[in-house]
Design a protein around this ligand. Structure first.
Ligand code: ASP
Length: 349
């Protein structure tokens, strides 16, 4: 993997020599593409009942279908990302919105972010306690405020000024997450011991207008305190979108994703490797997909080397939808205008 960048640069030079501009000028239907995640972790078949397995797949497929419908109808990548995340936030199986993990003080503090690849507009909220769908608030911050990130009470005040749905903090409670907190406290375990999976949710999309978007939403990590904020609301760590390179949403041990700057690092590598200069021939398109996968894997290797784990979803400007994770499994799904439509959980599928 380490020699990858040299190899890719050589491949890029080769591509520019071999593919004359005249060969690029083929008319094509505009592509759309979407990838989603519901968290990564030590998710193993033997720990999952058939009912649970089926229920997770049904939730992922329903969210994927919601995003896909927006894109098939010619809608915007941002709306597709929002549609997916709102559904997963409302689904108690995932650690975002309803079903969010408990803090040390037995409350919930939610983080979310969204980014528009057209102009790199972005919005994020951190540590909000009573907003039903934090992704909607993140989008409002992007569109209706001069800021990128709002936190805590101020963010809630902004939310009520903009008519966002408010719920009591208990609305996010689930017995399953409460038991995780009890184990953290009783056995002095870390969140990583009880949260065998990170349940953060995210989506990345390319629309038929050629625009990319990314979004991520989470309850963070069980037993968090002192106002801890993870990578999900940090633009460049958990979320990034730039039409010139790619869109990324992450899940995992947030501190490592912040230190590595995972989402932006993947996009930046893609951009500096010249993806924008490739032509639209199928061969070059495939080359870009291989490059994107290698870049994402290299950055995830880096996270692992520091001791962190998790995964990312990536969509490229020419419609590749891919995953990279260094955990046993990741709740995930992808669909494209080329006919891809899949949801998956374990690492071997
Ligand atoms: N990345 C999230 C955080 O550190 C956790 C997760 O992915 O579930 O807050």
């Amino acid at each position: 993997m380490r020699g990858f960048f040299t190899a890719a640069a050589t491949g890029f030079a080769f591509a520019l020599t071999v593919f004359a501009p005249s060969a690029w000028a083929q008319e094509e239907e505009p592509r759309w593409s979407i990838a989603i995640h519901g968290g990564a972790g030590t998710i193993a078949r033997e720990n999952m009942s058939d009912e649970e397995d089926a229920a997770y797949r049904a939730s992922l497929q329903a969210a994927l279908d919601a995003g896909r419908k927006v894109l098939e109808d010619g809608g915007e990548a941002l709306d597709a990302v929002e549609a997916v995340i709102v559904m997963l936030e409302d689904d108690a199986r995932f650690n975002a919105g309803r079903g969010a993990v408990f803090t040390w003080d037995e409350t919930h503090e939610l983080d979310a972010s969204i980014m528009d690849g057209r102009n790199r507009d972005a919005g994020a909220v951190a540590g909000v306690t009573g907003i039903r769908n934090p992704i909607l608030l993140a989008r409002k911050v992007m569109t209706d405020s001069p800021h990128v990130m709002l936190a805590g009470e101020g963010a809630e005040e902004f939310a009520s000024e903009h008519g966002l749905e408010v719920v009591p903090n208990e609305w996010f409670d689930t017995d399953f997450r409460r038991r995780s907190l009890e184990r953290v406290k009783a056995d002095k375990l870390s969140a990583l011991d009880v949260d065998v999976k990170f349940g953060t949710v995210g989506a990345v999309a390319l629309d038929t207008h050629g625009n990319l978007a990314a979004g991520t939403s989470t309850g963070g990590m069980t037993g968090k305190r002192w106002g801890r904020i993870g990578d999900a609301p940090i633009i460049g760590a958990g979320t990034y979108a730039d039409n010139r390179s790619c869109a990324v949403s992450a899940t995992g041990w947030g501190e490592y994703f912040i230190r590595v700057g995972v989402a932006q690092q993947i996009c930046l590598a893609m951009r500096f490797m010249g993806v924008g200069a490739f032509g639209p021939s199928e061969q070059e398109r495939l080359q870009k997909g291989t490059m994107a996968q290698a870049v994402a894997d290299t950055v995830m290797d880096d996270v692992k080397e520091l001791g962190g784990d998790g995964g990312v979803i990536v969509v490229t400007p020419d419609g590749h939808a891919l995953y990279s994770f260094n955990t046993a499994g990741m709740y995930r799904g992808r669909a494209t205008s080329e006919g891809v439509n899949e949801v998956a959980i374990y690492g071997d599928e």
